[in-house]
Design a protein around this ligand. Sequence first.
Ligand code: ADP
Ligand code: GN1
Ligand code: MG
Length: 363
Amino acid sequence: MEKLNEIAAAFPCPGTYLGDEPYGSGHINDTFKAFYEVDGQQVHYIHQRVNHTIFKDVPGLMENIGQVTRHQRAKFKEAGATEIDRRVLTLVPTAEDKDFYQDSEGNFWRTYIFVEGAVGIDVIENTDQAYESAKAFGAFQCQLADLPGRLNDTIPNFHHTRSRFDTLKNAIDADIHNRAAGVQAEIAFAFERESMVDVVIDLMATGEIPERVTHNDTKLNNVLIDTETGTGMCVIDLDTVMPGSVLYDFGDMIRTTTNQAVEDERDLSKVEMNIDYFAALVKGYLETASGFLTPKEKELLPMSGALITFEIGLRFLTDYLEGDTYFKTHREGQNVDRCRKQFKMVRSMEEQMDAMQKIVEGK
Ligand code: ADP
Ligand code: GN1
Ligand code: MG
């Protein structure tokens, strides 16, 4: 256990501070589980250092999170929900009553109440988890449909797939680490599918697909699943909640919940899109989202998986070429393995597109 004394002092939580342990498997922020003792009982919090290289306006991001979680809380209350502190993230204020603290080194920290008895799943175990996570993300979008005003863009052009493609092209041209020669097959795969990148952004530009408040990072481990009941309890990782398209949200659910291989799986024979998981996702998502989806959005649900999986593959490949500066890596070549897995999933989804369409049409 390590002591984050400055952080613990900044967020006055009741009890005696015991220490912190690194927690979770996110690629971006530094997350810690904090241990406190209150009347002989252990109580936990989350201390999180926000990556301010990636999120350039942390105060603007925290303003979004404050607004979003307050709105969710009001919706849960209105609906008469129980255990609201386990269904929505709760920010713990600093001694100055702010939602974040900037430490002596300039890092930004926030603290959440720890959601007990629920976990983020890295690799899907059964169709119930697909159903539950999609239902939770759909309910999240539904709750935020009437959020007043416009949220700050925490990362501009986050799901602008064309700019992601252009950034890859620049990284290939610059090739600052001389890595391009080793990934020619991946580069060729990317170029063969260039036409895919504009589909959703063009439809958004013409207004055929509406802009909505979306999560933008709906990977499976960003919904906490109740360990007893298996219910999708709490949508977390709200850094990228901002205006976007539901298609990128649904697509990322397909990317991360329809296959039992890890995100950087090297044995690509294990990597196939599983249609039963897909069917469970569609069922869960439409239960909470069908009330607001337009026919065009619904029609494009199956292709959204290939689109965002391609986009994330482009981002992993770009990061590899740029020297692994964006996503946390734990070994050499991890980003290229992540890219290869994504591209294999794209291929598998392309092969099963007709079957995926039939499932959505049947609902
Ligand atoms: P990252 O942006 O790095 O993915 P997350 O906000 O997703 O960071 O947090 C990382 C992990 O920490 C999550 O996958 C989850 O397991 C855990 N976590 C985050 N917030 C909470 C919370 N309030 N209660 C319990 N676990 C949490
Ligand atoms: C990052 O923060 P985390 O680990 O949930 C990334 C997502 C990627 C994902 C790939 C802010 O998500 O966009 O899809 O890794 N988040 C950011 O696993 O870039
Ligand atoms: Mg996360």
